[in-house]
Design a protein around this ligand. Sequence first.
Ligand code: TXA
Ligand code: MG
Length: 335
Amino acid sequence: MTVFLEAVDLITQNIAEACACLKAGGLVAIPTETVYGLGADASNPVALKKVFQVKKRPTTHPLIVHIASINQLSEWALDINDDALHLAKTFWPGPLTLVLKKQQHVLDLVTGGQQTIALRIPRHTETLKLLTLFAGGLAAPSANEFTHLSPTTADAVSDELGHSIDLIFDGGSCELGLESTIIDLSRGRPILLRPGMITLEEIAATLNTPVATMSETKIRVPGQHALHYAPRTKTTLIHANEWPSFIENKKNENTKRHAIAFLTYETPRAIPDCVDVVMMPSESKAYAHKLYHTLRECDQQDYQEIIILNVPHTSPWAAIRDRLQKASFCAKIPA
Ligand code: TXA
Ligand code: MG
């Protein structure tokens, strides 16, 4: 009974309650159009330390600060160049994070000790109201344990971190379901640090200039890990032409019935008993919206392994491809 009451107390839709909790240094999970964030007052070192403890995240990994209006940019960032203003005006509120030089007052806990800060205005009506009422910056990493899947519903936040945070501000299921595109504008030319549903091509077209990728520039930034966004179940990415040999191997290994979940957007041929097919949408936006939720469900069903059919090598799928690669980092494609 106590557990039930605690769960009810944890979830709210009351903006004033969420704001008061944040002002008091509490941790409040907030919905955004991408994924749920674990919100904390970006000016409060005690609250920020709790974010790292709760997520079990290294303190060198910087946080994104969420604001309500472009007018607040200069409170947090320096050298706000024309590119930054143009991207902000075009895509905010929306799934784009800009990395800029930081104002001197910004805490090392936010920036991981770097001279830059990541900022965004999320596109979620209730969270924008909360940010406006809060009238400050909210540091909000995704509301999951370090390296695990980002949550896209209030229930998923509750499963991930419910025991260790103060409140979950319930804003329904996240519209997009994948984390924001991150563009670094602090190094003279725009660099894509993390692909998202706003594509590299859209950014380049908006700025009328090429956008470099991390691999092209060889820059290193904290918070980019090879294993990330991962289910707890072993996850392997396969290409369509590897499916027949994969099936053969599993037959030879005598894998037990329903041991494997296979996420695919194409109807597979010859499905052995050991495989449960999980059909995914064949359109990238719908696929992204479903991905983390589906992986979470697979995690809860005790599969030995999750196999995912790799997605197309086209621009609208770039963010999904990136997350699938990171989710399956430790697992080798079967021979
Ligand atoms: O969609 C999103 O961006 C979500 C929602 C909640 O806004 N947030 C999110 O936060 O994905 P998080 O902490 O899981 O990922 C933020 C990433 C860090 O891992 C780091 O790579 C990058 O942002 N980052 C933050 N500050 C940075 C900085 N100053 N320089 C370079 N990268 C930075
Ligand atoms: Mg994250």
